[in-house]
Write a protein that binds this ligand. Structure first.
Ligand code: NDP
Length: 389
């Protein structure tokens, strides 16, 4: 039996992971499931999968979780320390699918524990890429990408030498507003930004797809995970979301990975790696699809992509500031305090203000320093939003 834990079990990726695990209950021994506010779902899955422990990130939810688990034999726990403790329990495979920078610490602890980390939480690599990679290296732990683009690149690199890789192209659907006139973008509402044309995902990543902040995070994630230079990474708008990524080699070959837009493919690949197993995902009928479209992204429509390049150029802890400011700007948009196109302005201004603080930005890549940069990114972005509101 493989011991598995799922961090962010109540979310979109967590539920797709549970869907795969629940199909083979005799194969997996579930150690920990974690969630946030969705206590009913967390308790239901913990009981159904016979988890050792269910953890909610929020202390105030502990009584409700205890109630829901009473008599089941599943332990209930709450709060950041409980999340950390759950990540330290022995497990062979850990899904990191908490949304936002909150996913960093459990992921680090799982790696220290030598678990294989299936990494959906791209924010971990954006905020602390070198720390995550060094931790994996030091503890001989494996990280497997779960983002569909990075899983596609990872699969395209099987058997290849990194020296032969010229470029990595990750595709983007273009999000909810890819065909809107530029001048209309400022008026985009929360409901409009929360509807993705192709993928069914959590609300935050769906809005980040519309603004391309999600792709900006993924560009940085690509640099950190595959250790390539920023100028080797390209973004291509591909409205059908069927080609997830392409790897370009030094002989001119371009290897593309295609699949239905269903996260269970990338999750299943990470779950069964290094093997492939049958997965309950649609098979593509290319004759029926007929046509695949590609176009270059427009920087005016997607300023987040330019900011990602600036983050990579600036280096140090700029990624932590960028991600934190982005999370706060997104909160501001969701709360109706700033408009859709104001998010990039808040992030850019926060990055600019903090870039002068060399002691913060160029401090050593330790967890404390990452958290300090994250904290300052949040405070600065919050001040900017409050001033604008
Ligand atoms: P969701 O919003 O659907 O789920 C997020 C999960 O994290 C939930 O379990 C939520 O609990 C929990 N959570 C929220 N806040 C905290 C916190 N502060 N501390 C601990 N747990 C918390 O997100 P997704 O599943 O869409 O995305 C998860 C991660 O995977 C993100 O990093 C995203 O970028 C990445 N990803 C997602 C893809 C997708 O298709 N959805 C594709 C590729 C990557 P609760 O809901 O109970 O409050």
């Amino acid at each position: 039996m493989r011991k598995v834990s799922i961090f962010g079990a109540t979310g979109s990726i967590g539920q797709s992971t549970i869907d795969l695990i629940a199909r083979a209950p005799d194969t997996y021994d579930v150690v920990a499931l974690t969630g946030g506010h969705n206590i009913d779902l967390l308790a239901r899955d913990a009981i159904r999968l016979k988890a050792d422990v269910a953890v909610t990130a929020h202390e105030q939810n502990l009584p409700a979780l205890r109630d829901a688990l009473s008599g089941s034999g599943v332990e209930a726990a709450a709060g950041p320390a409980a999340l950390e403790e759950a990540a330290q329990r022995p497990a062979d495979w850990v899904m990191s699918a908490i949304v936002g920078a909150a996913g960093l610490l459990p992921g680090l602890r799982a790696l220290e524990n030598r678990a294989t980390l299936a990494l959906a939480n791209k924010e971990s690599l954006v905020t602390a890429g070198p720390l995550i990679m060094a931790t994996a290296h030091a503890h001989h732990a494996k990280i497997l990408p779960v983002d569909s683009e990075h899983s596609a690149v990872f699969q395209g690199l099987v058997g290849e030498e990194m020296d032969a890789v010229e470029r990595i192209i990750i595709t983007a659907s273009g999000g909810a507003f890819r065909d809107w006139p530029l001048e209309k973008l400022a008026t985009a509402t929360l409901a409009q930004a929360s509807a993705h044309p192709n993928w069914d995902m959590g609300q935050r990543i769906t809005i980040d797809s519309a603004s391309m902040f999600n792709k900006a995070l993924e560009v940085i994630e690509t640099k950190e995970f595959f250790q390539v230079s920023p100028d080797q990474i390209e973004v291509l708008v591909h409205p059908q979301s069927l080609v997830h990524a392409l790897v370009g080699f030094n002989d001119g070959a371009l290897m593309a990975h295609l699949g239905a837009p269903d996260m269970r493919h990338a999750i299943g690949y990470a779950l069964h790696w290094p093997n492939r197993r049958d997965l309950p995902v649609d098979r593509l009928d290319l004759a029926k699809i007929g046509q695949l479209d590609f176009r270059a992204p427009d920087d005016r429509r997607y300023p987040a992509l330019r900011l990602a390049r600036e983050v990579m150029q600036a280096g140090g802890l700029t990624g932590a500031v960028f991600n934190a400011a982005k999370e706060i700007a997104l909160d501001g948009f969701i709360a109706g305090q700033i408009g859709f196109m104001d998010m990039a302005g808040v992030v850019e201004e926060a990055m600019m203000r903090l870039s002068a603080d060399s002691a913060l930005i160029h401090a050593a890549m330790t967890l404390d320093n990452v958290q300090a940069a994250d904290h300052m990114g949040r405070i600065t972005a919050r001040e900017l939003i409050d001033a604008a509101h």
